[in-house]
Design a protein around this ligand. Structure first.
Ligand code: SF4
Length: 370
């Protein structure tokens, strides 16, 4: 039976009931059929290989939606030069979800000296070149090309950190908010589980995506000039032309993503606005624990076995995430601006449970390294 009450006596936002492990999220029509899925509710397109581990954003969002009763298919590292990979699971019933992967695709591709990296630890066999530069924008373009005006939601670190006008080190210029370049409908910023559940339930209830404009933890493009007591940032055009305007915008952006700040932040861009809604409230400890009780296989998809798997799994296979968020807000660090300023902690029992699972792994050498 699903448990709907969490430890705080409120309706649980993350289902905390035990889950049967049905294997990997499907990556092909054959795997969909094996799981009795004719049409996926959502298709998640990711710039990383599919590793079914909670350190991989696509896996955690997929599992959270699955736990809410939605079917989710994964298209990992599609060939963006052609259409076939984007069509391999057919059209989703409710929408496409797009992430560049665990890293910004430009950070994934280039060293700080702007030399192209030879290895991609988030790709099978560590092979570089399996995702495009600016993957979020490229994937969204292919989805629009193939599926037209289907609901399209972007998230992950690339979308999250590029949600306002931002300096792009690789091009040495300020780029406009990524929603304008990607033509996606919604951007989920930060750790997206709760926002994604609200979006999924809204779409499932028949609400058009262009009416899902005020979900916490999301950003949208708005045409409306008025938005209550919204915080107005310098315009995108101002921050492109004037470093002082850029600095003022950055200071305001860094004060946002605060669970105790209920204000909307808006940045005029052309004749429209990038609107960042307030963040989702932090997860309760029971909700945070529940994420780690989802039925991950903790393995890369077997499709990658023949090339030796995905090297990025090695780094996290025997490490445990104990908390999220940071109040430090250091401007050189992505953590607070992505995960928020509120430190959320898993319970001791949940951490011990995960350590116990690791200890049963035949590769476990007796220590947890991080
Ligand atoms: S995690 Fe990041 S934001 Fe927090 S103190 Fe360290 S460097 Fe600063």
């Amino acid at each position: 039976m699903n448990k709907s009450i969490n430890d705080a006596g409120k309706k649980a936002r993350v289902d905390t009931s035990p889950k049967e492990n049905k294997g990997f999220l499907p990556m092909s029509k054959k795997e969909m059929r094996a799981q009795g899925i004719d049409q996926c509710d959502f298709i998640l397109v990711t710039g990383d290989a599919y590793v079914d581990h909670p350190s991989f954003g696509a896996a955690i969002v997929g599992r959270v939606l699955q736990a809410r009763g939605f079917s989710v298919g994964i298209i990992a590292q599609p060939n963006w030069q052609e259409n076939a990979d984007f069509n391999q699971l057919g059209a989703p019933r409710l929408g496409f979800l797009v992430t560049a992967g665990n890293l910004d695709s430009m950070v994934n591709h280039f060293t700080v000296n702007k030399k192209r990296r030879r290895e991609d630890v988030y790709a099978p066999g560590g092979q570089a070149g399996l995702r495009p530069d600016r993957a979020t924008i490229v994937y969204c373009g292919k989805i629009r090309e193939n599926f037209g005006e289907i609901p399209l939601i972007i998230g992950g670190i690339e979308a999250s950190l590029r949600r306002f006008a931002h300096y792009d080190y690789w091009q040495e210029k300020v780029r406009r908010p990524i929603l304008f370049d990607s033509r996606a409908d919604l951007l989920v910023y930060g750790m997206g589980e709760l926002a994604m559940i609200e979006i999924a339930e809204g779409l499932s209830a028949g609400i058009p995506v262009d009416q899902l404009t005020h979900i916490k933890g999301t950003a949208v493009i708005s045409r409306e000039a008025e938005a209550g007591d919204a915080v107005l940032l310098p315009t995108t055009e101002e921050v492109m032309a004037d470093t002082q305007a850029y600095a003022r915008a950055t200071a305001l952006i860094y004060q946002s993503n605060n669970a105790h700040d209920p204000r909307i932040y808006r940045q005029p861009t052309g004749n429209r606005y990038l609107q960042q809604n307030p963040p989702q409230p932090p997860l309760s400890q029971a909700e945070f624990d529940a994420l780690y009780d989802l039925p991950f296989t903790y393995r890369w998809h077997p499709a990658y076995d023949q090339v030796g798997g995905v090297p990025g799994l090695e780094e996290v296979k025997f490490s445990i995430t104990a908390n999220r968020g940071c109040y430090g807000n250091c401007t050189f660090c992505a953590l607070a601006i992505h995960q928020g300023k509120y430190v959320q902690m898993r319970s001791r029992d949940s951490i011990v449970r995960e350590a116990g699972r690791m200890a049963k792994d035949p590769d476990f050498k007796g220590y947890i390294h991080d």
